[in-house]
Design a protein around this ligand. Structure first.
Ligand code: ADP
Length: 529
């Protein structure tokens, strides 16, 4: 087998760099085994596909070690790729954009540094998972709820930096962070916002500071390595209601969206609801062949049979309410009254004391009250036990007719590539983030390649219709970046300027979000100066 090396390095130069890295992190924290490369590769890549495979993994234990790693990488021109947990499933997992990059995994920097009960926030290192933070809050008796995404094993920091989402009112994780500590590519250390005041105590309570707000520069970027983050938490409510709404017809989606928009804008509903179509719900707990054994997408008549058998809607929405019991009751009455305008709508609500232990809450109601789990891993087994998925994630205004237009444009393209349209829509007060999931059997090369081709086809069609993506798999980062084309790709010219200023040797995460350092730009054929 040929050895995978960082781009531009020969084996001797790489060995010299590894020697230096080992001197910093220790031999135990320098991984080069095939198993480790697999662990940090894309878990949903077909076995022989090595497009996004690392050459080594470093596990620093401190900010000082991160700084030293950057110094060595600069000296030896080694491309690095940062992960916190490396569980960015559906978008590449822990894998680097450039084959052979050395992974800097921050899994060992896993301390919850502070929990502030009065101002309701925590400060975490990147290796802290959602499960860790939940357990820490429980063990300490803190009456605070951390928002969690679908899978609890991801990093609180990594998820926020990648614009991940959860389902409490704090579920816009990028917006619910407050204050970052960042190591820049030259090893300098910066604290954003009020963290710039070294003797202050307001770093995690006011997100800005004095002058330009810098936090956004370190999210979905390759401008620094984040080593600490403040995260806002929700005080445990007296009462939590998990609500569900089912509508019977496909055409009910538009009125449902328009009614929900007003409920969100009025803050009657304050969390982030999720919409799922019939197949998406069925896929959460059953394989496709339980319903249909044929080739091509599940036919319409079968979808209707599934809907009836499961007693669900063509579209199903979950939402949550929080507060005193009287407030929750009043909000639920308002939600019910507003939605009752849709014929045959079914609305249910389950109420719990806000501090109920996990064992007293139905698992399907966990995520909206911040209880982490790994249950959603089952949802990718739709087409076989080796389930894999690749997400295409465009943004759309939260207006019924716009969402309809997006679905009508993109769902048939998925079908043409042989994939079922399993609609999953994150709802925010003004936009939807729809995840068009290509679910495939990762052991089947044909399905794997078709998922990539289908994703590219969606991207092309969506871009022509003016839809941009908010998150993408490594494979499509350049393509997505190019869709941000206003004024001759002014966004990328700006990103390239910053990249060259901060990282002149181009060592940190080259290619992330389509941002390439100067030395690789021509080679990659991307825009920039
Ligand atoms: P999670 O395990 O929560 O899914 P990852 O660790 O996979 O998150 O991170 C997602 C992406 O965010 C990574 O691929 C990387 O590009 C970026 N990233 C993660 N952690 C950091 C960090 N500490 N500093 C800078 N970028 C990061």
């Amino acid at each position: 087998m040929t050895r995978i090396l960082p781009s531009g390095l020969d084996p001797q130069a790489f060995d010299a760099a590894l020697q230096s890295f080992a001197g910093i992190v220790g031999h135990d924290a320098l991984l080069t085994s095939a198993d480790a490369m697999k662990e940090y590769g894309d878990p949903y890549a077909f076995a022989g596909d090595d497009a996004f495979v690392p050459s080594a993994v470093l596990l620093p234990a401190s900010v000082e070690q991160v700084r030293a790693i950057l110094a060595i990488a600069n000296r030896h021109a080694v491309s690095l790729w940062t992960v916190s947990q490396g569980r960015n499933l559906g978008y590449g997992g822990g894998a680097p954009r450039v084959r052979g990059s050395v992974i800097v995994s921050l899994r060992r920097m896993n301390r919850v540094l502070e929990v502030n009960d009065e101002c309701a926030y925590a400060v975490v290192e990147p290796g802290v998972t959602f499960i860790d933070l939940y357990e820490h809050l429980q063990a300490g008796g803190h009456k605070l709820v951390a928002s969690v995404p679908d899978l609890g094993w991801g990093s609180v920091v990594g998820n926020a930096l990648e614009y991940g989402r959860g389902y409490t009112p704090y579920g816009d994780h990028a917006a619910s962070h407050c204050g970052l500590e960042v190591v820049l590519p030259d090893g300098d250390v910066l604290r954003t916002g009020m963290g710039g005041v070294s003797r202050g105590d307001s770093w995690h309570v006011y997100p800005r500071g004095f002058g330009p707000s810098l936090d956004g520069l370190f999210m979905q970027s390759n401008f620094g390595i984040v080593t600490k983050m403040g995260v806002w938490l929700m005080p445990t409510p007296e009462c939590y209601l998990s609500g569900s709404v089912c509508v019977a017809k496909e055409s009910d989606l538009e009125p449902l969206i328009d009614v929900v928009r007003r409920l969100l804008l009025d803050r009657v509903i304050e969390n982030y609801p999720v919409l799922a179509n019939t197949l998406s719900v069925a896929g959460c707990f059953s394989p496709r062949d339980r319903w249909y054994g044929g080739d091509g997408p599940v036919p319409e008549s079968v979808v209707e049979d599934i809907r009836r058998e499961l007693g669900i809607g063509r579209w199903n929405m979950r939402f949550a309410l929080y507060g005193s019991e009287a407030v929750v009751d009043a909000q639920f009455a308002a939600v019910t009254a507003a939605l009752s305008r849709i014929p045959e709508v079914r609305i249910d609500g389950r109420k719990y004391p806000g501090d109920s232990p996990a064992g007293e809450i139905l698992p399907m109601d966990w995520s909206q009250i911040g209880i982490p789990s790994l249950d959603m891993l089952a949802a990718v087994k739709w087409r076989g036990a080796n389930g894999g998925h690749m997400g295409f994630s465009p943004v759309c205004p939260l207006i019924g007719r716009n969402v309809r237009r997006q679905c009508d444009l993109l769902a048939p393209i998925m079908n043409q590539h042989g994939f079922d349209y399993m609609g999953g829509i994150i709802v925010t007060p003004r936009c939807t983030l729809q995840i068009f999931e290509f679910i495939y059997d990762a052991a089947d090369e044909g399905q794997f390649r078709e998922a990539r081709a289908g994703c590219k086809a969606l991207l092309t069609a969506a871009a022509a219709a003016g839809y941009g993506e908010y998150r993408s798999h490594l494979e499509h980062m350049d393509d997505v970046a190019r869709t941000y084309d206003f004024n001759g790709c002014a966004t990328m010219r700006f990103n390239s300027l910053i990249k060259d200023a901060l990282d002149p040797n181009g060592i940190l995460a080259p290619g992330k979000q389509g941002i390439w350092p100067r030395r690789m730009r021509l080679q990659a054929g991307t825009t920039g100066r």
